[in-house]
Structures are given as structure tokens and as C-alpha cells.
Design a protein around this ligand. Structure first.
Ligand code: GLY
Length: 447
């Protein structure tokens, strides 16, 4: 079986790792991938939204299955173009991907499906004069969203009216609609469901940590870490989300003649009445996927292939390892504002079954990967990458550089394994959160 994965982040590295463990031993290809994936897949330099280039590549490698990781190609219709050429594709059509691509569309579907979500008002570019009345109508706390694809970074949640106003102005000035929403209280849940028409199969529930710094301080990011499963979720929690959210939405998409096929990611807040939708994404979440897939025992290639071929209903029930998993993101200095790139990464450990590193923003090092030597002065990275020494194997090339995954019998052990692996990794100026999963472990999350 030949599989082409589209994407370049740690989510795609986690998918490749899962696929490579499938007993069918698939031949793996990735586009555009990253340097850290080289041992797992053949890397092809084709951008994620180059539909023509990806169709050509899928033909060249004779892909039996194409798995699309990020939202941009889905919203741009890459799945449609590949399907039109006869490829089996894991990922929704452009029409169905509007559940992520247009928050207004998602609200419309939820209203029709009777799904609990925040009240919302959208302002189109040019409607700057209505910002004040929208601020009066919602908040505090204000939730202001860029109604375009913003990689999880377009949302501002703030008690400060001036900050909310500034974000709304910025989104409109960029030519995107802005969405004001009522604030949904309660702990957040990420539930990923495989969806094939009206068939909905949930994966383990996870929780992301979106703020950059410990104790949920700092700007929103694409996600700084995650853990799964959720010890504080009621026993029927996943079933309730499936019954009250994911299945009604899947049925509504079928009713509209736009059936969903792929991964539907429900981002929820668990409030007094139960789960309410904060947002949908049309793909696996990053970094939750890195934790969730680490516990999946069911062979991944066969599972994704069943979804792609409309056979999810016939697939056996999923099997999971006991225990817990944690992923912690190592981010570059000044992420998310303007991440610093080109620094040497050193101290990368050998993978074990229970703790390993997935690559996101990395590139192969070269002899002139100079800033690592300069900026790393005083660190192990600096010493290793300094003048006269060999080029580093990897350098930083993005905001979220690595995801470290730890698995264990429980959350405490999973955390311990992830953090002890992280301690040995050197990347000048980098940072990570120290409290991934800590609130759950310490029993500080209650419903
Ligand atoms: N975990 C946030 C996202 O994938 O958008």
C-alpha cells in the first residue's frame, strides 16, 4: 500500500509514525514534509495548496491513499481535485471543510442541527462602524474571531474591551469578516471523530493548551501541548458529544447534500448544560493528534483507508492502549509573534516506545546554519554548532519546532516521560510550557 501524506507539521509526523506501524507496512510519501520525517517517508517538495502538483505527485508515486493533514488544502479543494482523478482521499471536500473555513457556515449548520454553541454576530469588512455595538452586545468576556483560516491563532478572548476592539479592527483591515461570540464557560475538550457520511466514530478525548505560557498566560498559539484521555470528563462524556454534537452535524451535512468524509474535530467547552461547540476543524488537531494517536492500537492505515473509501461502518471497533499520553511543544524564541529560525537543535534523544520526538518546524542543518552557533553561545547547542564543528543535523525552521510525546500508565507517568525527554534538548531561545496536563493531574478541573 502506498500512502501520500500532505502537510509538514508534527501532526503529520504523528500520522506518518502511526501509518508506518501498520502491519501492512505501507510505503510512505510526504509533501512537503520536514527534515525530521526523512527516516519514515520519502519527502517531496510540493506545497500543500498546489493541487495540480499534488495530483501529479499522487500519480507518480501511485498513491493508494492520500491523507490530507492541514486545513488550507482542504478548504482550497485539494481533496476534490484528487478524488476527481480517482484517488482515495482522507479529508473532506471543500464544501464540507467550510465547517472550519467559515465560522458563519458552521453556525448555520449547528443551528439547523440543534447543536449548542455560542451566540454570534458577524461583521463584514467595511462594517467598522458596528464594532462598538457588537462590543456592547457581547462581553465581558469578549470572544473575537478572525472568520478565515488563522491556524488557531485568530481568536482573542479577553476581559479588555480595547484589546477586543483592536483585534476586530485588525481582522477587518486584513479584509476578513470578524465574528463576535458569547463566551462559553467551562473546561475545553477536543474530540476528534472519524466521519463517513452519517457514521461517526470518536477517538479519545483530549485537551489542548492554547496560550503560550504557563498558567494560561500570553498570546493564543496553535497549541503548546495536550494530554489524553481526560480523567475529569464524565463517563458518558464522549457519547454525549457524539450524540449531541457530531452525529447531528454529520446528519445535517448529508441532508444538505454535502456529506462529510474525514476527521471532524469538535472544539468544545463543557458548561453547565454539557458540551457546547467553540469551533469545528476539518482535520486532526495539532498538538492533540500527537497524544491521541500514540495510544491507538488499531492499525491506522486500514482505518483511514476505510473512511476514504466510505467503509467506516464496516470497520471493527477501535482499540486503545490503557494509560495516558502527553505532548509538549518546544517553540522557537518569539513564537507566535515572529519566531526566530535557523538555530541549531542538539541533544535530540533516541526514541523509545514510551517517549519520542516528532518534528514540526525543523530543517536539515547546513555548515552555515550560523545563527545557531552565535545565538547558542553558552549552551550545549552553541558549543556543538560552533565554529569548526560539524553542521547540526537539524535547525529550527518554524514557530512550533518539535512535539515531545510521553506515554505512561497514568497522566503523571506520561508527563514525567515527556518532560524528562525535553530537558535534554537544546535550542537557543526556545521555550515550552511546564504545566501541560497539570491541572487535570492535580484535580483542579471540575464540571
Ligand atoms: N489544537 C488546535 C488546532 O489544531 O487548531
Amino acid at each position: 500500500m502506498k500512502i501520500l501524506v500532505i502537510g509538514a507539521g508534527a501532526r503529520e509526523h504523528a500520522l506518518l509514525k502511526g501509518l508506518s506501524a501498520d502491519p501492512v507496512r505501507p510505503e510512505l510519501h510526504v509533501a512537503p514534509g520536514n527534515a525530521g520525517m526523512a527516516g519514515t517517508a520519502t519527502i517531496h517538495d510540493v506545497p500543500v495548496t498546489d493541487a495540480g502538483g499534488l495530483v501529479t505527485l499522487a500519480r507518480e508515486v501511485a498513491a493508494d491513499l492520500v491523507v490530507i493533514g492541514p486545513e488550507a488544502p482542504l478548504v482550497a479543494g485539494v481533496a476534490d481535485e484528487l478524488r476527481a482523478e480517482g484517488f482515495a482521499v482522507f479529508g473532506p471536500s471543500a464544501k464540507a471543510a467550510r465547517l472550519e473555513g467559515s465560522k458563519a457556515f458552521a453556525k448555520d449548520v449547528m443551528a439547523a442541527a440543534g447543536v449548542r454553541t455560542a451566540r454570534a454576530r458577524q461583521l463584514a469588512p467595511g462594517a467598522e462602524a458596528e464594532i462598538e455595538s457588537a462590543l456592547d452586545e457581547f462581553g465581558p468576556t469578549w470572544v473575537v474571531k478572525d472568520d478565515g483560516l488563522a491556524g488557531g491563532k485568530g481568536v482573542v478572548v479577553t476581559p479588555d474591551r480595547a484589546v477586543a476592539r483592536a483585534h476586530a479592527e485588525e481582522v477587518l483591515a486584513a479584509g476578513n469578516p470578524v465574528l463576535f461570540e458569547s463566551f462559553l464557560a467551562g473546561p475545553e475538550v477536543s474530540l476528534f471523530c472519524l466521519v463517513d457520511g452519517e457514521t461517526v466514530v470518536p477517538l479519545l478525548p483530549a485537551q489542548d493548551h492554547k496560550r503560550a505560557y504557563d498558567h494560561d498566560k500570553g498570546p493564543n498559539t496553535g497549541g503548546m501541548g495536550a494530554y489524553c484521555p481526560l480523567p475529569w470528563l464524565p463517563e458518558d462524556g464522549v457519547q454525549r458529544i457524539v450524540d449531541e454534537v457530531c452525529r447531528p452535524v454529520a446528519a445535517e451535512m448529508v441532508r444538505r447534500g454535502e456529506p462529510y468524509s474525514g476527521l471532524l474535530y469538535a472544539g468544545l467547552a463543557w458548561g453547565p448544560e454539557g458540551p457546547a461547540v467553540v469551533e469545528f476543524n476539518a482535520r486532526f488537531g495539532d498538538p492533540e493528534t500527537q497524544a491521541v494517536l500514540s495510544l491507538l492500537k488499531t492499525p491506522l492505515a486500514g482505518l483511514l483507508d476505510a473512511v476514504a473509501r466510505g467503509k467506516l461502518a464496516e470497520h471493527p471497533a477501535l482499540e486503545w492502549e490503557d494509560g495516558a499520553a502527553v505532548t509538549v511543544v518546544l517553540a522557537a524564541e518569539d513564537y507566535p509573534a515572529g519566531p526566530r529560525k535557523g538555530d541549531a537543535i542538539s541533544g535530540l534523544p533516541e526514541d523509545t516506545a514510551d517517549a519520542y520526538v516528532l518534528h514540526a518546524g525543523t530543517a536539515a542543518g547546513s555548515a552555515d546554519a550560523g545563527s545557531g552557533a552565535e545565538a547558542g553561545a553558552g549552551s550545549a547547542a552553541g558549543a556543538e554548532a560552533g565554529a569548526g564543528s560539524a553542521a547540526p543535523e537539524f535547525v529550527s525552521a518554524g514557530g512550533r519546532v518539535l512535539s515531545v510525546v510521553g506515554k505512561g500508565a497514568d497522566l503523571a507517568e506520561a508527563r514525567e516521560r515527556a518532560y524528562s525527554l525535553l530537558e535534554g534538548i537544546e535550542l537557543n531561545g526556545s521555550f515550552y510550557r511546564h504545566d501541560i496536563g497539570a491541572a487535570a493531574l492535580e484535580g483542579r478541573i471540575s464540571l
